[in-house]
Write a protein that binds this ligand. Structure first.
Ligand code: ADP
Ligand code: ASP
Ligand code: MG
Length: 406
Protein backbone atom coordinates (compact mmCIF):
# COMPACT_ATOMS: atom_id res chain seq x y z
CA UNK A 1 0.00 0.00 0.00
CA UNK A 2 1.34 3.42 -0.95
CA UNK A 3 0.61 6.84 0.45
CA UNK A 4 0.02 9.33 -2.34
CA UNK A 5 -0.57 13.08 -2.24
CA UNK A 6 -2.69 14.48 -5.07
CA UNK A 7 -3.10 18.21 -5.64
CA UNK A 8 -5.84 19.71 -7.81
CA UNK A 9 -5.55 23.29 -9.09
CA UNK A 10 -8.24 25.91 -9.71
CA UNK A 11 -9.39 24.77 -13.15
CA UNK A 12 -9.65 21.18 -11.93
CA UNK A 13 -12.12 22.19 -9.20
CA UNK A 14 -13.78 25.06 -11.10
CA UNK A 15 -17.35 23.81 -10.54
CA UNK A 16 -19.24 20.96 -8.94
CA UNK A 17 -19.04 18.70 -11.99
CA UNK A 18 -15.28 19.03 -12.07
CA UNK A 19 -15.12 18.40 -8.33
CA UNK A 20 -17.11 15.20 -8.96
CA UNK A 21 -14.58 14.22 -11.64
CA UNK A 22 -11.77 14.84 -9.14
CA UNK A 23 -13.61 12.66 -6.60
CA UNK A 24 -13.75 9.85 -9.20
CA UNK A 25 -10.02 10.12 -9.79
CA UNK A 26 -9.26 10.09 -6.06
CA UNK A 27 -11.66 7.15 -5.60
CA UNK A 28 -9.85 5.17 -8.31
CA UNK A 29 -6.54 5.73 -6.51
CA UNK A 30 -8.10 4.60 -3.21
CA UNK A 31 -9.70 1.53 -4.81
CA UNK A 32 -6.32 0.60 -6.27
CA UNK A 33 -5.25 0.11 -2.65
CA UNK A 34 -3.57 3.42 -1.81
CA UNK A 35 -3.89 5.86 1.07
CA UNK A 36 -4.62 9.32 -0.33
CA UNK A 37 -4.20 12.85 0.99
CA UNK A 38 -5.60 15.50 -1.35
CA UNK A 39 -4.69 19.18 -1.45
CA UNK A 40 -7.03 21.54 -3.28
CA UNK A 41 -6.97 25.10 -4.62
CA UNK A 42 -9.90 27.48 -4.75
CA UNK A 43 -12.24 27.33 -7.75
CA UNK A 44 -10.69 29.07 -10.79
CA UNK A 45 -11.07 32.84 -10.56
CA UNK A 46 -12.21 32.88 -6.94
CA UNK A 47 -8.90 33.98 -5.41
CA UNK A 48 -8.63 36.83 -7.96
CA UNK A 49 -12.08 38.04 -6.95
CA UNK A 50 -11.18 37.87 -3.25
CA UNK A 51 -7.96 39.83 -3.83
CA UNK A 52 -9.91 42.48 -5.78
CA UNK A 53 -12.38 42.87 -2.91
CA UNK A 54 -9.58 43.32 -0.39
CA UNK A 55 -7.94 46.02 -2.54
CA UNK A 56 -11.27 47.70 -3.00
CA UNK A 57 -11.97 47.68 0.74
CA UNK A 58 -8.66 49.31 1.69
CA UNK A 59 -5.90 50.67 -0.55
CA UNK A 60 -3.27 50.05 2.14
CA UNK A 61 -4.78 46.88 3.61
CA UNK A 62 -3.59 44.96 6.67
CA UNK A 63 -1.98 41.79 5.25
CA UNK A 64 -3.47 39.73 8.09
CA UNK A 65 -6.97 40.62 6.95
CA UNK A 66 -5.95 40.01 3.33
CA UNK A 67 -5.07 36.45 4.36
CA UNK A 68 -8.35 36.02 6.25
CA UNK A 69 -10.24 36.89 3.08
CA UNK A 70 -8.18 35.27 0.32
CA UNK A 71 -7.79 31.95 2.14
CA UNK A 72 -11.55 31.33 2.03
CA UNK A 73 -11.70 30.00 -1.54
CA UNK A 74 -9.94 26.81 -0.45
CA UNK A 75 -12.36 26.27 2.43
CA UNK A 76 -15.23 25.85 -0.04
CA UNK A 77 -13.44 23.33 -2.28
CA UNK A 78 -12.12 21.15 0.56
CA UNK A 79 -15.62 20.76 1.99
CA UNK A 80 -17.19 20.13 -1.42
CA UNK A 81 -14.60 17.52 -2.39
CA UNK A 82 -15.03 15.69 0.93
CA UNK A 83 -18.79 15.66 0.28
CA UNK A 84 -18.37 14.50 -3.33
CA UNK A 85 -16.17 11.63 -2.08
CA UNK A 86 -18.67 10.67 0.63
CA UNK A 87 -21.38 10.74 -2.01
CA UNK A 88 -19.65 7.94 -3.97
CA UNK A 89 -18.98 5.88 -0.87
CA UNK A 90 -15.42 6.99 -0.09
CA UNK A 91 -14.85 8.07 3.52
CA UNK A 92 -13.22 11.51 3.52
CA UNK A 93 -12.91 14.62 5.67
CA UNK A 94 -11.76 18.19 5.16
CA UNK A 95 -8.96 20.03 6.96
CA UNK A 96 -8.23 23.76 7.03
CA UNK A 97 -4.70 24.95 7.65
CA UNK A 98 -5.34 26.04 11.25
CA UNK A 99 -7.05 22.77 12.16
CA UNK A 100 -4.03 20.53 11.59
CA UNK A 101 -2.23 22.97 12.01
CA UNK A 102 0.08 23.84 9.14
CA UNK A 103 2.33 26.29 10.96
CA UNK A 104 3.92 29.13 9.00
CA UNK A 105 6.02 32.18 9.73
CA UNK A 106 4.38 35.58 10.07
CA UNK A 107 5.04 36.95 6.55
CA UNK A 108 1.38 37.38 5.70
CA UNK A 109 0.60 37.07 2.01
CA UNK A 110 3.80 35.13 1.32
CA UNK A 111 4.27 32.96 4.39
CA UNK A 112 6.63 29.99 4.53
CA UNK A 113 5.62 26.68 6.06
CA UNK A 114 7.59 25.79 9.21
CA UNK A 115 5.88 22.61 10.31
CA UNK A 116 2.88 20.36 9.64
CA UNK A 117 1.25 18.33 12.40
CA UNK A 118 0.61 14.89 10.90
CA UNK A 119 -0.86 12.84 13.81
CA UNK A 120 -4.50 13.39 12.88
CA UNK A 121 -3.81 12.92 9.18
CA UNK A 122 -2.03 9.61 9.84
CA UNK A 123 -4.89 8.43 12.05
CA UNK A 124 -7.44 9.21 9.36
CA UNK A 125 -5.36 7.64 6.60
CA UNK A 126 -4.88 4.44 8.58
CA UNK A 127 -8.69 4.18 8.89
CA UNK A 128 -8.91 4.34 5.10
CA UNK A 129 -10.26 7.88 5.12
CA UNK A 130 -9.18 10.36 2.43
CA UNK A 131 -7.75 13.52 3.98
CA UNK A 132 -8.75 16.61 2.01
CA UNK A 133 -6.50 19.53 2.93
CA UNK A 134 -6.95 23.19 2.01
CA UNK A 135 -3.98 24.41 0.00
CA UNK A 136 -2.42 27.90 0.14
CA UNK A 137 -3.17 28.51 3.84
CA UNK A 138 -1.63 28.03 7.25
CA UNK A 139 -1.54 29.31 10.79
CA UNK A 140 0.84 32.16 11.62
CA UNK A 141 2.14 33.15 15.05
CA UNK A 142 -0.52 35.06 16.98
CA UNK A 143 -3.21 32.59 15.84
CA UNK A 144 -3.79 34.40 12.55
CA UNK A 145 -4.56 32.72 9.24
CA UNK A 146 -1.74 33.05 6.71
CA UNK A 147 -1.39 32.40 2.97
CA UNK A 148 1.65 31.26 1.03
CA UNK A 149 1.59 33.61 -1.97
CA UNK A 150 -0.29 33.18 -5.26
CA UNK A 151 -0.01 29.67 -6.62
CA UNK A 152 0.96 28.43 -3.17
CA UNK A 153 -1.23 25.31 -3.11
CA UNK A 154 1.55 23.45 -4.94
CA UNK A 155 3.77 24.21 -1.97
CA UNK A 156 1.12 23.01 0.49
CA UNK A 157 0.96 19.72 -1.43
CA UNK A 158 4.70 19.13 -1.50
CA UNK A 159 5.01 20.08 2.18
CA UNK A 160 2.24 17.62 3.09
CA UNK A 161 3.94 14.93 0.97
CA UNK A 162 7.25 15.57 2.73
CA UNK A 163 5.66 15.56 6.19
CA UNK A 164 3.76 12.33 5.49
CA UNK A 165 6.77 10.78 3.71
CA UNK A 166 4.48 10.07 0.79
CA UNK A 167 5.53 7.86 -2.08
CA UNK A 168 4.88 10.71 -4.53
CA UNK A 169 3.18 14.05 -4.99
CA UNK A 170 1.04 14.37 -8.11
CA UNK A 171 0.14 17.91 -9.18
CA UNK A 172 -2.96 17.78 -11.38
CA UNK A 173 -3.49 20.89 -13.50
CA UNK A 174 -4.94 22.10 -16.81
CA UNK A 175 -1.91 21.13 -18.92
CA UNK A 176 -0.57 17.60 -19.20
CA UNK A 177 2.89 18.41 -17.91
CA UNK A 178 5.76 20.87 -17.95
CA UNK A 179 6.38 22.23 -21.45
CA UNK A 180 9.47 23.76 -23.04
CA UNK A 181 7.61 27.09 -22.82
CA UNK A 182 4.15 28.31 -21.82
CA UNK A 183 1.89 26.39 -24.25
CA UNK A 184 -0.63 29.24 -24.14
CA UNK A 185 1.88 31.48 -25.91
CA UNK A 186 4.17 29.11 -27.77
CA UNK A 187 1.93 26.77 -29.77
CA UNK A 188 4.93 24.65 -30.76
CA UNK A 189 6.02 24.04 -27.14
CA UNK A 190 6.74 20.38 -26.36
CA UNK A 191 5.91 18.43 -23.25
CA UNK A 192 8.95 17.24 -21.32
CA UNK A 193 8.80 13.66 -19.96
CA UNK A 194 11.38 14.53 -17.35
CA UNK A 195 13.00 17.68 -16.06
CA UNK A 196 15.73 18.11 -13.46
CA UNK A 197 14.70 19.67 -10.14
CA UNK A 198 17.29 22.35 -10.73
CA UNK A 199 15.87 23.38 -14.11
CA UNK A 200 12.32 23.22 -12.77
CA UNK A 201 13.35 25.49 -9.91
CA UNK A 202 14.81 28.06 -12.32
CA UNK A 203 11.80 27.82 -14.62
CA UNK A 204 9.38 28.36 -11.74
CA UNK A 205 11.32 31.24 -10.26
CA UNK A 206 11.75 32.86 -13.69
CA UNK A 207 8.03 32.90 -14.40
CA UNK A 208 6.68 29.45 -15.46
CA UNK A 209 3.54 29.44 -13.34
CA UNK A 210 2.98 25.70 -13.68
CA UNK A 211 4.64 25.10 -10.28
CA UNK A 212 5.06 27.45 -7.31
CA UNK A 213 8.80 28.06 -6.83
CA UNK A 214 8.82 27.09 -3.18
CA UNK A 215 7.17 23.74 -3.99
CA UNK A 216 10.15 22.78 -6.14
CA UNK A 217 12.59 23.93 -3.45
CA UNK A 218 10.83 21.71 -0.90
CA UNK A 219 10.67 18.75 -3.29
CA UNK A 220 14.43 19.05 -3.85
CA UNK A 221 15.20 19.39 -0.17
CA UNK A 222 13.03 16.52 1.03
CA UNK A 223 13.43 14.29 -2.01
CA UNK A 224 9.75 14.30 -2.88
CA UNK A 225 8.91 12.53 -6.13
CA UNK A 226 7.09 15.34 -7.89
CA UNK A 227 4.96 14.88 -10.98
CA UNK A 228 2.88 17.36 -13.03
CA UNK A 229 -0.06 15.93 -14.96
CA UNK A 230 -3.46 16.78 -16.38
CA UNK A 231 -6.66 16.29 -14.45
CA UNK A 232 -8.51 16.14 -17.78
CA UNK A 233 -6.68 13.20 -19.38
CA UNK A 234 -4.85 10.04 -18.47
CA UNK A 235 -1.66 10.93 -20.32
CA UNK A 236 1.61 10.50 -18.48
CA UNK A 237 2.88 13.83 -17.14
CA UNK A 238 6.29 15.31 -16.40
CA UNK A 239 8.44 13.89 -13.64
CA UNK A 240 11.03 15.97 -11.75
CA UNK A 241 14.24 13.95 -11.47
CA UNK A 242 17.88 14.23 -10.54
CA UNK A 243 20.30 15.11 -13.30
CA UNK A 244 21.76 11.60 -13.61
CA UNK A 245 18.32 10.21 -14.48
CA UNK A 246 18.18 12.14 -17.75
CA UNK A 247 19.82 10.27 -20.59
CA UNK A 248 19.79 12.80 -23.41
CA UNK A 249 20.14 16.26 -21.97
CA UNK A 250 19.05 19.11 -24.23
CA UNK A 251 21.14 22.26 -24.24
CA UNK A 252 18.09 24.33 -23.34
CA UNK A 253 15.10 22.78 -21.55
CA UNK A 254 12.83 25.73 -21.15
CA UNK A 255 12.10 29.33 -22.05
CA UNK A 256 10.12 31.45 -19.61
CA UNK A 257 8.85 34.98 -19.24
CA UNK A 258 7.89 37.12 -16.30
CA UNK A 259 5.75 40.21 -16.67
CA UNK A 260 6.06 40.93 -12.98
CA UNK A 261 9.07 43.20 -13.52
CA UNK A 262 9.74 46.92 -13.25
CA UNK A 263 12.89 48.81 -14.12
CA UNK A 264 14.30 51.85 -12.32
CA UNK A 265 17.10 54.00 -13.73
CA UNK A 266 19.05 56.55 -11.74
CA UNK A 267 20.51 59.00 -14.24
CA UNK A 268 23.95 60.48 -13.59
CA UNK A 269 24.87 59.13 -10.18
CA UNK A 270 28.34 60.00 -8.85
CA UNK A 271 30.87 57.37 -9.99
CA UNK A 272 32.73 56.81 -6.72
CA UNK A 273 33.20 54.03 -4.15
CA UNK A 274 30.28 53.36 -1.80
CA UNK A 275 27.43 54.44 -4.08
CA UNK A 276 26.10 50.91 -4.70
CA UNK A 277 26.12 50.21 -0.96
CA UNK A 278 24.29 53.47 -0.27
CA UNK A 279 21.61 52.53 -2.79
CA UNK A 280 21.12 48.78 -2.38
CA UNK A 281 21.60 48.68 1.41
CA UNK A 282 18.49 50.79 2.16
CA UNK A 283 16.50 48.92 -0.51
CA UNK A 284 17.29 45.65 1.18
CA UNK A 285 16.44 47.13 4.59
CA UNK A 286 13.04 48.08 3.15
CA UNK A 287 12.63 44.43 2.06
CA UNK A 288 12.70 45.34 -1.62
CA UNK A 289 14.12 42.46 -3.60
CA UNK A 290 16.43 43.72 -6.33
CA UNK A 291 16.90 41.32 -9.22
CA UNK A 292 18.91 42.50 -12.25
CA UNK A 293 21.45 45.35 -11.99
CA UNK A 294 23.49 47.25 -14.58
CA UNK A 295 25.87 50.06 -14.01
CA UNK A 296 27.47 51.74 -16.97
CA UNK A 297 31.08 52.83 -17.03
CA UNK A 298 31.15 56.61 -16.84
CA UNK A 299 32.64 58.45 -19.78
CA UNK A 300 34.07 61.29 -17.77
CA UNK A 301 34.89 59.40 -14.55
CA UNK A 302 32.37 61.53 -12.70
CA UNK A 303 28.85 60.23 -13.21
CA UNK A 304 27.15 57.08 -14.43
CA UNK A 305 23.67 55.58 -14.83
CA UNK A 306 22.49 52.72 -12.60
CA UNK A 307 19.56 50.54 -13.67
CA UNK A 308 17.97 47.79 -11.61
CA UNK A 309 14.78 45.73 -11.59
CA UNK A 310 12.25 44.86 -8.88
CA UNK A 311 8.83 43.20 -8.99
CA UNK A 312 5.92 45.40 -10.04
CA UNK A 313 4.52 45.08 -6.52
CA UNK A 314 7.74 46.50 -5.03
CA UNK A 315 8.05 49.43 -7.44
CA UNK A 316 6.29 51.97 -5.25
CA UNK A 317 8.33 51.05 -2.18
CA UNK A 318 11.57 51.08 -4.20
CA UNK A 319 10.89 54.54 -5.61
CA UNK A 320 10.14 55.84 -2.13
CA UNK A 321 13.50 54.58 -0.88
CA UNK A 322 15.44 55.99 -3.84
CA UNK A 323 13.70 59.36 -3.55
CA UNK A 324 14.63 59.52 0.13
CA UNK A 325 18.30 59.03 -0.91
CA UNK A 326 18.29 61.87 -3.42
CA UNK A 327 20.47 64.06 -1.21
CA UNK A 328 23.11 61.37 -0.70
CA UNK A 329 23.18 59.95 -4.21
CA UNK A 330 22.67 63.22 -6.04
CA UNK A 331 21.29 61.67 -9.23
CA UNK A 332 20.01 63.94 -11.99
CA UNK A 333 16.77 62.02 -12.65
CA UNK A 334 14.85 58.94 -11.56
CA UNK A 335 13.14 57.00 -14.35
CA UNK A 336 10.72 54.12 -13.57
CA UNK A 337 9.47 51.80 -16.34
CA UNK A 338 6.88 49.03 -15.86
CA UNK A 339 6.56 48.24 -19.53
CA UNK A 340 9.15 45.45 -19.40
CA UNK A 341 9.28 41.65 -19.40
CA UNK A 342 12.07 39.29 -18.40
CA UNK A 343 12.66 36.45 -20.85
CA UNK A 344 14.93 33.60 -19.75
CA UNK A 345 16.41 30.47 -21.31
CA UNK A 346 17.19 27.65 -18.90
CA UNK A 347 19.19 24.46 -19.24
CA UNK A 348 21.76 22.48 -17.27
CA UNK A 349 23.43 21.78 -20.64
CA UNK A 350 24.73 25.37 -20.56
CA UNK A 351 27.29 24.37 -17.96
CA UNK A 352 29.27 22.42 -20.52
CA UNK A 353 28.42 24.22 -23.76
CA UNK A 354 29.28 27.66 -25.02
CA UNK A 355 27.19 29.61 -27.49
CA UNK A 356 23.85 29.69 -25.69
CA UNK A 357 24.10 33.40 -24.97
CA UNK A 358 25.22 34.12 -28.52
CA UNK A 359 22.09 32.46 -29.92
CA UNK A 360 19.93 34.48 -27.56
CA UNK A 361 21.48 37.81 -28.52
CA UNK A 362 21.49 37.04 -32.24
CA UNK A 363 17.85 36.00 -32.14
CA UNK A 364 16.84 39.23 -30.39
CA UNK A 365 18.89 41.24 -32.88
CA UNK A 366 17.33 39.48 -35.88
CA UNK A 367 13.88 40.42 -34.62
CA UNK A 368 14.93 44.01 -33.89
CA UNK A 369 14.30 43.60 -30.14
CA UNK A 370 16.43 45.84 -27.94
CA UNK A 371 17.94 44.14 -24.87
CA UNK A 372 17.81 46.51 -21.90
CA UNK A 373 19.43 44.43 -19.14
CA UNK A 374 21.14 41.02 -19.12
CA UNK A 375 21.82 38.64 -16.26
CA UNK A 376 23.24 35.14 -16.26
CA UNK A 377 23.88 32.27 -13.91
CA UNK A 378 25.32 28.81 -14.43
CA UNK A 379 22.15 27.40 -16.01
CA UNK A 380 20.21 30.42 -17.23
CA UNK A 381 20.38 33.64 -19.24
CA UNK A 382 17.79 36.36 -18.75
CA UNK A 383 17.18 39.50 -20.74
CA UNK A 384 14.88 42.41 -20.02
CA UNK A 385 12.97 43.67 -23.08
CA UNK A 386 9.93 45.84 -23.80
CA UNK A 387 6.75 44.01 -22.87
CA UNK A 388 5.16 44.19 -26.33
CA UNK A 389 7.82 41.82 -27.68
CA UNK A 390 7.03 38.97 -25.23
CA UNK A 391 5.32 36.64 -27.71
CA UNK A 392 7.69 37.40 -30.57
CA UNK A 393 10.76 36.80 -28.39
CA UNK A 394 9.48 33.55 -26.89
CA UNK A 395 8.52 32.03 -30.24
CA UNK A 396 11.73 33.12 -31.96
CA UNK A 397 13.92 31.75 -29.16
CA UNK A 398 11.95 28.51 -29.05
CA UNK A 399 12.73 27.96 -32.74
CA UNK A 400 16.32 29.16 -32.45
CA UNK A 401 17.13 26.56 -29.79
CA UNK A 402 15.50 23.81 -31.86
CA UNK A 403 12.72 23.17 -29.36
CA UNK A 404 9.72 23.45 -31.74
CA UNK A 405 7.50 20.39 -32.01
CA UNK A 406 7.21 18.91 -35.48
P1 ADP B 1 -3.40 25.39 -11.38
O1 ADP B 1 -4.60 26.24 -11.19
O2 ADP B 1 -3.74 23.98 -11.70
O3 ADP B 1 -2.41 25.52 -10.27
P2 ADP B 1 -1.80 27.18 -12.99
O4 ADP B 1 -2.57 28.12 -13.84
O5 ADP B 1 -1.22 27.69 -11.74
O6 ADP B 1 -2.73 25.91 -12.72
O7 ADP B 1 -0.60 26.53 -13.84
C1 ADP B 1 -0.86 25.92 -15.09
C2 ADP B 1 -0.57 26.91 -16.21
O8 ADP B 1 0.81 27.22 -16.24
C3 ADP B 1 -0.85 26.38 -17.61
O9 ADP B 1 -2.18 26.56 -17.99
C4 ADP B 1 0.12 27.17 -18.47
O10 ADP B 1 -0.49 28.22 -19.20
C5 ADP B 1 1.09 27.80 -17.49
N1 ADP B 1 2.49 27.56 -17.84
C6 ADP B 1 3.46 28.51 -17.91
N2 ADP B 1 4.62 27.97 -18.29
C7 ADP B 1 4.40 26.64 -18.46
C8 ADP B 1 5.24 25.56 -18.87
N3 ADP B 1 6.53 25.74 -19.15
N4 ADP B 1 4.70 24.33 -18.95
C9 ADP B 1 3.38 24.14 -18.66
N5 ADP B 1 2.54 25.13 -18.29
C10 ADP B 1 3.04 26.38 -18.19
N1 ASP C 1 -5.95 29.79 -4.87
C1 ASP C 1 -4.61 30.32 -4.75
C2 ASP C 1 -4.28 31.20 -5.94
O1 ASP C 1 -5.10 31.36 -6.84
C3 ASP C 1 -3.58 29.26 -4.55
C4 ASP C 1 -3.40 28.30 -5.71
O2 ASP C 1 -4.27 28.19 -6.57
O3 ASP C 1 -2.35 27.63 -5.74
O4 ASP C 1 -3.24 31.77 -5.98
MG1 MG D 1 -0.94 26.94 -9.81
Amino acid sequence: MALIVQKFGGTSVADLNRIRAVADRVAATVRAGNQVAVVVSAMAGVTNQLVAWVRDAHADYDPREYDTVVSTGEQVTTGLLALALNNIGIPARSWLGWQLPIRTDGSHGRARIDDIATDELMKGLSKGEVQVIAGFQGLAPGNRVSTLGRGGSDTSAVAVAAALKAERCDIYTDVDGVYTSDPRIVAKARKLDKITYEEMLEMASLGAKVLHTRSVELAMKYNVRLQVLSSFSNEPGTLCVNEDEIVEQELVSGITYSRDEAKITLVRVADKPGIAAKLFGPLSDAEVNVDMIVQNVSEDGKATDITFTVTKGDLKAALKVVESLKGELGYAALVPDSNVVKVSVIGVGMRSHAGVAKTMFETMAAKGINIQVISTSEIKISVLIAEEYTELALRALHSAYGLDSA
